[in-house]
Design a protein around this ligand. Structure first.
Ligand SMILES: N[C@@H](CCC(=O)N[C@@H](CS)C(=O)NCC(=O)O)C(=O)O
Length: 210
């Protein structure tokens, strides 16, 4: 398999973690989002959305990190990341979707660029936007995680919720979001980052990290 990735992409970071947890061999192919490589014809042929991550399975070219995570889960069930009964799995997915659907899309590179570009917002206003949506997402996550977390987001088993949470915490740190109000999130982040699958998948450990 090959993963088209960018070191700072939180969506690609999710997939890197899952590949590592499942101990899967995958070649990482950096796509430079800063110089617009994701808008090149060569990359758009792989993913017309012009977004990373893209997983080339050899047979399929898959985009959208949550779809890729579900594909990996179904194809390589070892180190299961969606466990328990249907309601347990729905809860794991709901935590993951808060991050992937409600938080990340509002704070993505192209959205932030649009705010300061086409809409003419100042850097400070952009950060206000970023912090607002991060705060709203982490506040609801903290409330739910306070009840559900053991060692990891849901009890003592790693799940897709942890795979999505840790990259979003990285992103919040990157934009200097205050995190003091989220003790459970911080504890889970410390625990996961002590595991090689998370630490080795982190942006600063990637070959394309600047
Ligand atoms: N919903 C998509 C989001 C993918 C996405 O937004 N990727 C970002 C990096 S995290 C990207 O490629 N951004 C390029 C841009 O914003 O121009 C997923 O989960 O894969």
């Amino acid at each position: 398999m090959k993963l088209y990735t960018y070191y700072r992409s939180t969506a690609a970071y999710r997939v890197r973690i899952a590949l590592a947890l499942k101990n899967l061999d995958c070649e990482l192919i950096p796509v430079n989002l800063l110089n617009g490589e994701h808008k090149s014809n060569a990359f758009l042929k792989k993913n017309p959305e012009g977004l990373v991550p893209v997983l080339d399975t050899g047979e399929y070219m898959l985009s959208q990190s949550m779809a890729i995570l579900e594909y990996l889960e179904e194809t390589y069930p070892q180190t299961a990341l969606l466990t328990g009964n249907a309601a347990d799995r729905a809860f794991i997915r709901s935590l993951a979707q808060t991050i992937a659907s409600d938080m990340h899309p509002l704070n993505n590179l192209r959205i932030l660029k649009y705010l300061t570009g086409e809409l003419g917002l100042q850097e400070e206003q952009k950060l206000q936007w970023y912090h607002h949506w991060i705060k709203s997402g982490f506040t609801s996550l903290e409330q739910r995680l306070k009840k559900s977390a053991g060692t990891f987001c849901v009890g003592d088993a790693l799940s897709l919720a942890d795979v999505c949470l840790i990259p979003q915490v990285y992103n919040a740190h990157r934009f200097n979001c205050p995190m003091d109000d989220y003790p459970t999130v911080n504890r889970l982040n410390d625990k996961c980052m002590s595991l090689p699958a998370f630490a080795d998948s982190a942006p600063d450990r990637q070959p394309d990290a600047i």
